[in-house]
Design a protein around this ligand. Structure first.
Ligand code: SFD
Ligand code: AMP
Length: 636
């Protein structure tokens, strides 16, 4: 086999991931590490931090800004908003903790150079109550630069293009991680006193809508492949909300954002016959009281009402862009009633401005949607544009909730939710933030950064109080190296058995493995082709097929380092998939219609299921355990 050098790095705090939460963690940890004198912080990203993770292409808004100092909202308001959107299932202590700190993160972004839109009075321009508009095409570059500078100044290190595979353990304490370089033949061992997981959520677990020539295009970035879930599950951490996938409704095929259209432009979405499904299906919302009756209507229920028309054959669905833009411009025209010439001029000027904003919304974060509009002659001021629900994603920081079960903050976490260190998982020394931590939805990019800061400060405290380097025996390291590099060895040993090295009886290629995973998930766990619907029988059959896939996960081949990354990405996805299917089976109700439907358990069942559905994979027995955890609010 090709020679792989083993590189060992010893550090105090290890941050795995380089996205929003990891960058927040780096800035905060560097500050406290410097204060503690000589503590070392190391960050490892599979990609280049400037353009890694969900914010790689940029974003057009900061979706969480509370505006506490200005008296616009309180952190308690935010808790009520998230509870409503997630149909009552949320860790209010965690949401509150992020909400009370997020504004300071946004102010840091601005200080570091992120252009946030301001009105004539110098106030942030809001998209909606919680969202502020940015010129965000270089958002991630700005945030990554600050993180790298902070690490450098504190004597820390960052590794880019090193893929983290799995945790190292010292009994019940995490001891670091192993991974490999995606550029050089190097196997990495990171030993650490505490490890903070921030490797995002997961995409391409389900068969995507975009296949063939569009393959790889998805709403969520293809680089996030379930590594956070895999890492925490494998460390033996309790996980939460694994059934809660997120289905964003997006401009079809380019996956352009809809938030600006709904909130800023006040556009309506309709079925193909021009009927506004949010109005025609209002009665349906009553079934999901109290959430259905509350405001804003939860994202899953907004999806659900659109899906009712789609599944009844009234598609395609459309965003009425032209109607919305024209209405705003007409409003400006009306201000010049007495001067038709001036009115016409004002109308044209406003139309031009709105048109620019519409395109910029895509160019800031989803350039491919702008290209698709251009390619299909879609002029938003003249014609409506098709929207559709995407395939399911796992993203605990958006309107999903999946992630690790972490400790809340001491001052406001209910007793059952506090075990010593804020944002520590149920495994000693293991911390999680952003998509990696569960049941604290709607933190988005800014809240994930804030949560990274919270978790890092807490991890540094853990280190000062547990200041020993966990032990990892040589046997564990050798086994990890063998397992991580096995796909390369399998491929090299057997590739000459067949004329086409991608078709081989001794191994399968990462893409073949992923295709099978996606087919299983799509057909048995309620993907796009099943109209997001599943039942007990389908889920159980899906689990049988996943078991065969798991056997084959030991047989993935890799012809190069890129393939090796693909191999591990898909194994990570498979574990995320299994946690999802098992938890869908466990929760016997349909709490989030519009995200998924259990056809055999329709509707809400608050009596039995207004609880968290948690799970844990036992490291010794290899068995999954499931438990209900009570919802305890913070009294707001
Ligand atoms: O509106 C490994 N999000 C939006 N948030 C906003 O605030 N405003 C918006 O405008 C947003 N929009 C949006 C958003 C997300 C997406 C996908 C789109 C549009 C298309 C949400 C935020 O982006 C999201 O909440 C945060 O980014 C979450 O932060 P974090 O840190 O949990 O995840 P990350 O930033 O994706 O970073 C993940 C990192 O992990 C690395 N990684 N590193 C080493 N080894 C491995 N095995 C790894 N696997 C992954 C990645 O490289 C990356 O560095 S809107 O349309 O909704
Ligand atoms: P999106 O572009 O859909 O990700 O939305 C950006 C932000 O706007 C998120 O905070 C969403 O929850 C919110 N949002 C989008 N559409 C609506 C809507 N119709 N009503 C209320 N909030 C919305």
């Amino acid at each position: 086999m090709a020679k792989f050098e083993t590189v060992e790095v010893t550090t105090d705090l290890l941050i795995v991931g380089g996205g929003m939460a990891a960058c927040g963690a780096a800035v905060e940890a560097a500050y406290w590490a410097k204060k503690q004198g000589g503590m070392k912080v190391t960050l490892v990203d599979k990609a280049a931090m400037d353009r890694s993770g969900a914010v790689a292409m940029g974003l057009s808004a900061l979706n969480q800004y509370v505006g506490i100092a200005a008296g616009d909202n309180t952190a308690e308001d935010y808790v009520r908003y998230v509870r409503q959107d997630l149909m009552g299932i949320t860790r209010e202590d965690l949401v509150f903790n992020i909400a009370r700190h997020v504004d300071s993160t946004v102010h840091l972004f601005e200080k570091w150079g992120l252009p946030i839109w301001k009105d004539d009075a110098g106030k942030y321009v809001h998209e909606g109550r919680w969202q502020v508009m940015i010129n965000g095409e270089s958002y991630k570059v700005v945030v990554a630069e600050a993180a790298k500078n902070a690490l450098r100044e504190a004597g820390g290190e960052y590794y880019e293009r090193v893929f983290i595979v799995e945790p190292l353990m010292d009994g019940d304490r995490v001891a670091g991680a192993v991974g490999f370089s995606t550029r050089d033949n190097k196997f990495y061992i990171f030993r650490a006193k505490a490890t903070l997981v921030a490797m995002g959520g997961a995409v391409h677990v389900f068969r995507p809508r975009s296949v063939g020539e569009g393959f790889g295009r998805s709403w969520y970035p293809p680089f996030n492949s379930g590594s956070s879930a895999y890492f925490t599950i494998k460390a033996g951490a309790e996980m939460t909300c694994q059934e809660v996938r997120f289905i964003p409704v997006r401009f079809k095929d380019g996956y352009g954002p809809v938030g600006a259209w709904f909130l800023l432009f006040k556009a309506a979405a309709t079925n193909a016959f021009g009927e506004n499904y949010m109005q025609t299906h209002q009665d349906e919302l009553k079934k999901y009281a109290p959430y259905g009756a509350g405001k804003p209507i939860p994202a899953c229920l907004r999806n659900h009402l659109g899906m009712m028309d789609l599944f009844a054959g009234k598609g395609p669905l459309y965003m009425q862009t032209a109607e919305a833009i024209n209405k705003i411009a007409e409003g400006v025209k009306a201000q010049h009633k007495d001067d038709p010439k001036e009115a016409d001029k004002a109308f044209k000027k406003k139309m031009k401005h709105l048109e620019e904003e519409a395109w910029e919304d895509f160019l800031d974060m989803t350039i491919s949607q702008a290209i698709l509009w251009a390619a299909t002659n879609t002029e938003p001021e003249k014609v409506p544009s098709e929207i559709a629900p995407c395939e399911p994603y796992f993203i605990g920081s958006h309107s999903g909730a999946s992630g690790a079960w972490v400790s809340g903050p001491e001052d406001c976490a209910p007793k059952d939710y506090f075990w010593g260190y804020t944002n520590m998982c149920t495994v000693k020394g293991l911390f999680a933030a952003g998509d990696a931590s569960g049941a604290s939805s709607h933190k988005f990019s800014s809240g994930s950064h804030a949560e990274g800061r919270i978790a890092a400060k807490s991890a540094i405290k853990f280190i000062t109080e547990n200041n020993t380097l966990p032990k990892v025996d040589a046997k564990q390291l050798e086994a990890a190296r063998e397992r991580v590099l096995r796909p390369v060895e399998l491929y090299e040993a057997n590739k000459d058995d067949t004329t086409d090295p991608t078709i081989n009886p001794k191994y399968l290629m990462p893409r073949q493995f992923m295709d099978r995973l996606q087919k299983i998930m799509d057909e048995y766990a309620g993907g796009v082709s099943m109209q997001f619907t599943t039942n007990e029988k389908l889920l159980k059959r899906g689990l049988e097929l996943l078991a065969f896939l798991k056997e084959d996960s030991e047989k993935i081949g890799a012809s190069n380092l890129h393939d090796l990354m693909r191999a591990w990405e898909n194994i990570h996805r498979m574990w995320q998939a299994e946690a999802h299917v098992r938890t869908l089976l466990f929760r016997e109700e349909t709490r989030w219609p519009g995200y998924y439907y259990r056809s055999d358990k329709q509707g809400l069942d608050d009596k039995d299921w207004k609880v968290f559905a948690n799970c844990k994979w036992d490291r010794t027995s290899g068995e999954w355990g499931f438990m209900k955890r009570p919802i305890v609010g913070i009294g707001v």
